[in-house]
Design a protein around this ligand. Sequence first.
Ligand SMILES: NC(=O)c1ccc[n+]([C@@H]2O[C@H](COP(=O)([O-])OP(=O)(O)OC[C@H]3O[C@@H](n4cnc5c(N)ncnc54)[C@H](OP(=O)(O)O)[C@@H]3O)[C@@H](O)[C@H]2O)c1
Length: 420
Amino acid sequence: MALAVPVLSPFFVTSNSHSLPRRPIPASSMEISQPTPADYADTIPSLTLHILKAPQMLLQAVAYHHPVSPIMGMSGECRCIVPDGTMVPRRHHEYRYICMQRRGSRLLQQHVVLALMLLYRLHRQSQILDNLSGKYVLITGCDSGFGNILAKQLERRGMLVLAACLTEKGAEDLKKETSHRLQTVILDVTDSQSVSSAAKWVTNIVGEAGLWGLVNNAGFAHTISPNEWQTKEDFAKVLNINLLGMVDVTLNLLRLIRNAQGRIVNVSSAAGRISMFGGGYCISKYGVQAFSDSLRREMRAFGVKVSIIEPGSFRTSVCMFDPMMKSLKSYWEKVPAEIKESYGEQYFQQFKDEVEKITSYSSSQVSKVTDCMEHALTAVYPWTRYSVGWDCKFLYLPASYLPTVLSDYILSLFLPKPAH
Ligand SMILES: NC(=O)c1ccc[n+]([C@@H]2O[C@H](COP(=O)([O-])OP(=O)(O)OC[C@H]3O[C@@H](n4cnc5c(N)ncnc54)[C@H](OP(=O)(O)O)[C@@H]3O)[C@@H](O)[C@H]2O)c1
């Protein structure tokens, strides 16, 4: 039934138009629909289900300086709560025009907030520590690859570098290319004796001031093959270098790092986020993640920061086709005849092709990784994780967040099919 109720606000005025005027229409000139008991029947579920839409409606009420709170009902209907607590139904389309305007300005607000957040992040990450020249950093695995490049990079930057090499030749070559700011030590991370004597050497050099940075970089990766082709010893070899070696070095130097309230930078891999192939490599890099996570939480109270580097494929000796092929072949040759028969020669050939593809896609921009390591050591606010390389950022990391059934399906597309 239609009544003229001039005391009620324009929000209760019915209209068949699909847009609202920009100013409220005087209620006295329009028809007002009066609510019936049926109009209130679904009030409670409506309020609950559409609670998310309420702020939009409240915005409208504020925009019109209106003393009511309109809330959208279930069937596109709106209910306006007037100050005395009664509710009156209202058609949805009458609010649409204002809602669209509000949506536009909200989108703009969201973009501004996002841009401000990005600027803040950029500002934070660009803040670098002063007095770097007095700080000591120990890097493991400096004979070649990331470790070798980082040692030279930090030395050029004026930091005091303690470069741990596996071989005498590696150490000598590095010394020839650098100044007195870089000193070398021979360190095999799998040998506890070697680790503790290197730790003593470091203690003598840095003294009670402590060690500012430790980069656990030494690693080995030529163990890629199906799990069944390997032995426990093959797994142990890579775990000893990549994981247990890292733990041993860290435990031996932790007191010195705490003294300096310094930094620990552990090199994991994209293969530490998604297990792409068999053998001990992915296991070791998952282990690095777990070790670093617990260490980071424990060390926080001491002012020590722990960062994890997760490179994708980069062109260093770890990611070279020939040594990878050599180890794959040696596993295949040692596999018992019945296992060989189950997989088939074609499986081996296809696996080889996949390894070749991965290595051929590897990036030659190795300094992207060492720049992240440097940032972790020198920034005021180092990041917890540095995912480096397009393959890591856009392929491996997103795949690691997929439901298992999906990531299994995608990775199975690249695996060869066994003969039996
Ligand atoms: N390149 C990539 O695509 C990639 C991707 C993800 C993660 N990573 C990781 O990055 C780190 C550095 O590798 P890289 O790419 O720079 O390859 P790399 O050139 O082979 O560097 C590894 C270094 O570790 C040394 N090393 C091996 N076994 C050791 C041991 N028992 N004790 C001490 N040092 C040892 C190697 O010495 P020798 O040269 O004398 O053997 C070498 O200097 C590794 O942890 C690797 O897993 C690399």
